[in-house]
Design a protein around this ligand. Structure first.
Ligand SMILES: NC(=O)c1ccc[n+]([C@@H]2O[C@H](COP(=O)([O-])OP(=O)(O)OC[C@H]3O[C@@H](n4cnc5c(N)ncnc54)[C@H](OP(=O)(O)O)[C@@H]3O)[C@@H](O)[C@H]2O)c1
Length: 339
């Protein structure tokens, strides 16, 4: 099989495309002949050496999600799965033409989507679902602020928010606003305007919002918290601000630590809540996550869940795919394809 290996941390050109023996599925595992794999921001951070959950040691193969066909099964797996079209969360190694995963990590692929669209579902939609439905409890009469609305998680959040019927405000660079409105976002705000918290406040008649999805962290934590109206919840799921620092390696986290708010039980008693989401730390809860996955696949069958693939690149061109995301050119998901 072919895999995209990261032999050392650095720019996208560090990728090495290599041919290695096919992996064999272990007990209660299936092997997937990968047709497409999703690229996530976590992969970019891993390549730069900034992702604490990345596999260790180097060289590593990352990739959190794939779609494809089951082509081999391990002990304890029914023959019925052979040849089935599936979607899977992969605890890395998804940037390859074959990958083995546990049976619990696969979902049947909806017939309503192709392999490329299917590879855009697991991480983005499960994350947005956990933030908005499972932990965020968003309801029809509420307003949600979606940061990075033009990213993969952001677009998934817009579709889920639309399905719920809530009012949707999103931040994104100005070039993405028109397309975000067309997808159903009610109000787009340019986060490059330092005054964005006031713009959001004005949009809500000074009241603030009930739910915020925050993948940025750092300077955003306090600003977001202050934008919560009573009963508001802040869902944090990333620290992309870490990429802005010029400090080397793990030291880049120092400015974020210094900006971290000190929430006390007294401030939370003001009818506000904060919570964090990390899909990468839910491997011990696969049965729970599977239920969310089935709810989402039902959304695809019902027609409200339509993954937006911005661009595909052949697996061999993974360096170009990473560069494309780092240049902020993507609107939604970037997917790698295998022939
Ligand atoms: N905790 C979890 O389980 C979990 C799961 C999935 C994702 N995440 C996090 O959520 C965030 C978004 O993920 P995603 O998959 O939606 O990302 P994505 O599809 O790669 O999109 C990222 C978007 O964010 C904006 N952006 C902000 N800072 C950026 C930076 N430093 N470099 C490049 N783009 C930047 C860009 O839009 P503009 O043009 O508008 O700037 C870009 O289009 C990431 O921080 C990721 O680590 C966390």
């Amino acid at each position: 099989m072919i895999q995209a290996c990261i032999p050392k941390f650095g720019n996208p050109d560090v990728f090495r495309i290599e041919e290695v023996p096919d992996p064999m599925p272990g007990k209660r595992e299936v092997r997937i002949a990968v047709r497409a794999s999703g690229v996530n921001f976590a992969d970019i951070l891993a390549r730069k050496g900034l992702y604490p959950d990345a596999p260790k040691p180097l060289p590593i193969v990352v990739g959190y999600e794939v779609s494809g066909v089951v082509d081999a099964i391990g002990e304890g797996i029914s023959d019925d799965l052979l040849g089935k079209e599936v979607i899977a969360l992969t605890r890395f190694r998804g940037n390859a033409t074959k990958v083995c995963v546990t049976e619990a990590a696969i979902f049947p692929k909806s017939k309503n989507m192709g392999f490329e669209q299917a590879a855009a579902v697991p991480v983005n939609y499960l994350t947005a679902w956990q933030l908005m439905v499972v932990m965020g409890g968003l309801s029809i009469d509420e307003t949600v602020l979606i940061h990075n609305a033009g990213g993969g998680v952001g677009l998934a959040a817009i579709q889920i928010g639309k399905k719920i019927g809530a009012t949707l405000i999103g931040t994104a660079s100005a070039a993405k606003h028109e397309r975000l409105h067309a997808m159903g976002l009610h109000h787009a705000v340019d986060y490059r305007d330092a005054n964005w918290p006031q713009v959001v406040r004005n949009l809500t008649n000074g009241k603030g919002v009930e739910l915020i999805l925050d993948p940025v962290g750092g300077s955003y934590w306090k600003k977001n918290y202050q934008l919560l109206r009573p009963t508001g919840r802040l869902g944090m799921f990333g620290v992309s601000e870490v990429t802005a620092s010029r400090l080397p390696g793990i030291l880049r986290f120092i400015p974020l630590v210094l900006k971290a708010p000190l929430w006390s039980p007294f401030s939370l008693l003001e009818n506000r809540g904060v919570f964090g989401v990390n899909m990468g730390h839910l491997w011990g809860e696969q049965a729970k996550v599977a239920v969310w996955g089935y709810d989402l696949m039902k959304g695809a069958e019902d027609g409200w869940l339509v993954p937006h693939v911005d661009r595909t690149f052949p697996l061999e061109d993974i360096a170009e795919a990473h560069q494309y995301i780092e240049d902020r050119k993507n609107f939604g998901k970037v997917v790698l394809t295998c022939t």
